[in-house]
Design a protein around this ligand. Sequence first.
Ligand code: ADP
Length: 250
Amino acid sequence: MTTEHAVRLTALRRRYDSTGAGVTALDDVTLALPRGSFTAVMGPSGSGKSTLLQCAAGLDRPTSGSVRIAGTELTGLSERRLTLLRRERIGFVFQSYNLLPALTAAQNVALPLRLAGRRPAKAQVREALGQVGLAERAGHRPTQLSGGQQQRVALARALITRPEVLFGDEPTGALDSTTGREVLTLLRTLVDTHGQTVVMVTHDPVAASYADRVVFLVDGRLHGQLAGAGAERIAARMATWEAGREAAPC
Ligand code: ADP
């Protein structure tokens, strides 16, 4: 059994053949993320970051290789089983908060439980909103909340099922730097206090510096990593691609 890791990707490959020449978006990616870790995924545009996240979260199917979430192999699962697994064990937040405008914060947060056919307990919804510091805003609709507050509601919605892994695709991309830092501090607290596993794609070195580890992708391949690095070191590492040089693996 390989249950010691929240996420384990082995020899992951994703090819898109719809276009004439075909594109290899992910090429032999092997990566293991421990429970309770915070990982940032960085790389130039088109390097495969979103594809990696989508395959790891069961939103896309790799062409070959293996994806395990807390020991469960995702490849080969039927659509129905995969949908259930995503609903119960995976949380996802996007750059755009994707809240339903007609619903209150509490109703948005309760939605994943309703979709799973469960009756959400008020205390559970209140706890999830409390976790993101929005207990007082339960009755507000998205338009009555700031961008940062909306993203925190989206986080509470992603966390209500107590997922094994929380995936974020540029979760602070639409926020100003102060509000973005609040959301990143919240993610860090979820990892440190609740042992939540977080995997986040970002192009922002400051955002990535909140993670324990930054993994770099170039042309669909892993291209080294940094552990416990500050924003300056991460930015310097990224600048090596922009200068067209090879980043040395560490
Ligand atoms: P990133 O998130 O790092 O910008 P992506 O994962 O979005 O990179 O894309 C990786 C590569 O795969 C790119 O070359 C992109 O053009 C290609 N790609 C992504 N999605 C599709 C798709 N649905 N069809 C064809 N090519 C795709």
